[in-house]
Design a protein around this ligand. Sequence first.
Ligand code: ZN
Length: 343
Amino acid sequence: MIPESLDGNNNPSFVLRSINDLAFEDRPKPVLQSPHDVLLEIGPFVVKEPMVLGHEASGTVIEIGKKVTSLKKGDRVAMEPGVSCRRCSACKRGTYNLCKEMAFAATPPYDGTLARFYALPEDLCYKLPEHVSLQEGAMLEPLSVAVHMVRQAKVRHGDSVVIFGAGPIGLLCCAVARAYGPWKVIAVDIQKERLAFAREFAASATFEYSGGTAEESAARLIEDNGLGEGADVAIDASGAASSIRTAIHVLRMGGSFVQGGMPHADVPFPMVEACTKELTVRGSFRYGPKDYDTALGMVATGAVDVKRLITKTVAFEEAEKAFYEVKEGKVIKLLIAGPSQGT
Ligand SMILES: [Zn+2]
């Protein structure tokens, strides 16, 4: 249970004990493990499907380690929730998102950020300019996922870009891709309402997937949008097998495909098409160097308006109900206020 009133040290936390067993627990207040760490009082959390307990958050610095130089008490920051080992070959190659020793918030055995306090190294805290809210700061996590996906696709000025899946990540991919000055950004989904929102939010056109083979869907998508020999770039943010196959067929010769959505299992892949078109096929996993900086820049300059994706903010005590609303697809993204905040 959440204590009636918060003294200096309660750390009410929302935890997933086992599947469908969500509970509030009072966890110990974290102590700084390194002189480079800072202690944060958490602001709002973002909830999304699949149910990950609080890995998207922002907060206010309340204590700093002895060697912290870039932050001070009272700074408001967005939190990058994964701490890499910094020593392995993946880290040294500059791909720390691929670190096998990554301690990622809300991935067992690590606690999520859905608590009152959280300790994090200073270089994973991104100071928010005054005009950027904590709510927007909490949205930098999904935005960074989208930034990484669009970077992996190497979108260039004048490209035609097709994005499969108009959930939060797909929508953010549309917005990030727009910032690269493409010719067209086409959002694909099976839900009309999502496509209507995508068009209003960032897509220049939309395509409603309505069955048929991947070849047929791709041909119709190309025809409807005047893509000629095919799209330059296709990004999958859905993980759906039909989307992945359609994406391969929608690309032009020498086009580029990025898989960002996580399929539930391996999917049959049109490898002959990928081979004969000489496609560039890349995966995308979380975010790496400079992705958070880019995401913050896009929010700070107004290039991406993440506020529009937040359907509503609820109180910490309503976290459980909120998770189920997101799970049922009733809202796109929803923020949970920190234990010490109102809504
Ligand atoms: Zn590493």
